[in-house]
Design a protein around this ligand. Structure first.
Ligand code: ADP
Ligand code: MG
Length: 374
């Protein structure tokens, strides 16, 4: 698949710097396709499965659109739940770290409305909220939308499942249609969503990232429920228990690769990291050490591991869940080569349970869960 670097996408240097700091190595397929189109200002329908980076697909473009000198609300993002609203606002806040004057505020039900009203009075150009609460604020005029030029319906299928259709339509009626950019992202596109897009969007461009049919090699696959803070502990216990000669540990970001390899080295493991920011000579050195067995544990991002073909890798650990089914299949395919035994496992933070379900449904196999005590 064609890969796109963020620095090929014509972004503000401040945003690129933040992306780099977040450790994203390259744009995901939905990001590389959707970012330029959303940035062009047209209405967009974006479809890609869970965990593929849809947030940044609209989060990055809206940061290029807001006027930091205007304190009025310019962007409203609707999100199905309080948790997702918080997650989305944290992600956009990180992306905006080096932009001055951009304020991002989540509003959701269950939080004291007077506190929210006070926060709203301080001015926020980007508001991320659950439909019910946003509607409430629009009615009270504590969110005013005369300067709103962009509305994003994030996880639209979930919002409809939760019965927010009427609220969403009410909110869309509030926002001036003239010059409005209406963007919708969803993992699936059932008919009610298409009805909304027909009613409220104009000449929308559809971007759909479809998944390919893939065959999954017959390898032992397991998952463990592991909270983020316990991951290193669990990994070292598994490494001690299986004592694999050669193993691969996958992370999603360069930052995580660096952190984890330092942590394992400091605990005395023969581990090295591999990612796209390393010089070619350095990468060659690490790969040579891994092939010869001087390095037993290779911690890598998907990009760095692309094309790695090392005989004798018996264990693949998904320290972080893969972003899509292609990477999962690619990751686990690094082991069990040529009919040899392979063991793979995933660390699933309960927060990522949906990504696990998505993987299972793609490979049509229910991955058994193991407990660390077993
Ligand atoms: P979706 O909305 O499609 O379910 P998210 O936007 O929530 O997916 O992203 C899932 C995870 O992937 C988040 O932790 C996010 O920070 C991370 N992520 C997003 N884009 C990238 C990227 N280009 N490289 C690495 N990680 C990414
Ligand atoms: Mg999302």
């Amino acid at each position: 698949m064609e890969t796109v670097r963020f620095d090929e996408l014509d972004l503000y240097p401040q945003v690129l710097r933040a992306i780099k700091e977040m450790g994203f190595e390259e744009a995901t397929p939905i990001q590389s396709q959707a970012i330029p189109v959303v940035m062009s200002g047209v209405d967009v329908i974006g479809q890609a499965q869970t965990g593929t980076g849809k947030t940044a697909s609209f989060g990055i473009p809206v940061l290029h659109k807001v006027d930091p000198n205007n304190k009025k609300t310019q962007v409203i993002i609707l999100s199905p739940t309080r948790e997702l609203a918080i997650q989305v606002s944290e992600e956009i806040r990180k992306l905006s770290k080096y932009m001055h004057g951009v304020k991002i505020l989540p509003v959701y039900g269950g939080q004291d409305i007077n506190r929210q009203i006070k926060a709203l009075k301080g001015g926020a150009q980007i508001i991320i909220g659950t439909p019910g609460r946003v509607m409430d604020h629009l009615r009270r005029k504590t969110i005013r939308c005369e300067a709103v030029n962009t509305i994003v319906l994030d996880e639209a299928d979930e919002m409809l499942n939760m019965g927010f259709r009427e609220d969403i339509e009410t909110i869309l009626e509030y926002i001036p249609e003239e010059g409005r950019q209406t963007v919708l992202f969803s993992a699936t596109m059932p008919k009610p969503i298409l009805d909304i897009t027909k009613k409220y969007q104009h000449d929308a461009v559809t971007i759909k990232v479809v998944k390919k049919e893939l065959t999954v090699p017959s390898i032992e696959q397991y998952y463990y429920d592991v909270k983020r803070k316990d991951k290193t502990e669990v990994l070292t216990r598994l490494l001690d228990y299986y004592n694999p000669k050669l193993s691969l540990v996958f992370c999603n970001t360069k930052k995580m690769v660096d952190e984890l390899s330092e942590e394992l080295k400091s605990r005395g493991y023969m581990a090295e990291g591999l990612h796209g920011d390393m010089k070619q000579a350095q990468r060659d050195r690490v790969m040579k050490a891994f092939r010869s067995g001087r390095v037993e544990i290779l911690i890598a991002t998907d990009v760095a591991a692309r094309g790695i073909d090392v005989d004798g890798v018996t264990h693949v650990f998904n320290y972080e869940l893969p972003q899509d089914i292609e990477s999962y299949v690619h990751r686990i395919g690094r082991t069990g080569r040529a009919g040899k035994d392979g063991y793979t496992c995933m660390f699933v933070d309960p927060k990522n349970a949906r990504t696990l379900e998505q993987i299972e449904s793609d490979i049509k196999y229910q991955i058994p869960r193991r407990n660390i005590e077993d």
